[in-house]
Design a binder for this molecule. Sequence first.
Ligand code: NAD
Ligand code: ZN
Length: 354
Amino acid sequence: MEDNFDTLMTCIVKEKPEVGLKLTKKKIPSNLESHEVLIKVNYTSVCGTDYHIYVYDDWAKKRLKLPFTAGHEFSGEVVKLGSEVTRVEIGDIVSAETHIICNTCEFCLRGDGHICENTKIIGVDTDGCFAEYVKIPAMNCFINSKDANPLHLSVQEPLGNAVHTMAHFPIEGKDVVITGCGPIGLMGVNVAKAYKAKKIIAVEVNEYRLKLAKELGADVVINPLKEDVVARVLEETGGRGADVVGEFSGNKHAIEQAFEYVKAGGGLSLLGIPSKDIEIDLAKLIVFKGLHIYGVVGRRIYETWYQVKDLVDNNMLDFDKIITHTFKLTEYQKAMDLMATGNCGKIVLIPGDE
Ligand code: NAD
Ligand code: ZN
């Protein structure tokens, strides 16, 4: 590998406090601190967060410090090492845990780094991977199997969200509901199938995504715009409700309904982020139901990643259906327009070769 990174690279930057992103050139970030590595990005997938950054919604206005390079989900090859890096090598094919954690707070020290109180996020708080190269702390690299498909490897971070959500409560042989079949919920459906759930019920308002959910393993699909979700889930589960619900919609109504149709003693894993307060009868729907509730933040570092690797290395998932579109990085606008319609699963961008 030639050690000359003195040239410019193409990248997608959030520059101004308005709708949009900008295709531009920047110097390759080859000035590494001792704990950092430089990675040549092979594939980078588009997250809902990138879309929030693109439209510059209320969350983005409050959270972001401009300008910065967007993007955080990727697979790539390590091309340069900081002076003290020993845990990865040049040539390693890596993906990134996007939460940069402090490793010193109470949560990190007790092994719960996913809820670190000092978390910074790649592509939100630091320059991200919608670029030909990205630099990240070596600690954030997850080393992939060399023979795995690099396109598939690029979606492991959101896949980790889906695995974290679906693996918290045992689902083998159980009736499982997945609410919200956006890219992550769709992966949740596929993960539930891989983990041998007995019956997988997918709830989603978008017909394109419902169809994908079916192809990815849902036995039953419910469109809340057409059916009474609570009644239908109870009917499909012998009247007692679902053993486990994975919530991936963030929709107030969908979340409130989940508390109704989850079985007594069952598990509710919440990943979706609602923008409105949730109103439920807590005594009836949580206390007297003996309900288990789990809030899902990111991925367990690195426990979830090894679960993901297992699914990837053993070909247990249908990535060809999970990834519905690929575009060149320079065509990012097409990806944003498509995300606005909701008629997509995961979209992957490919840097290089303009
Ligand atoms: P997304 O917005 O693409 O998917 C949400 C899906 O829910 C959409 O397909 C939408 O049509 C569907 N939906 C809307 N109303 C519904 C209803 N009433 N019933 C059923 N489905 C409904 O989002 P995504 O990228 O797949 O992410 C899923 C959720 O997880 C989002 O809320 C996101 O903010 C959140 N998230 C959380 C974390 C975390 O660490 N907790 C990480 C990543 C994403
Ligand atoms: Zn911490």
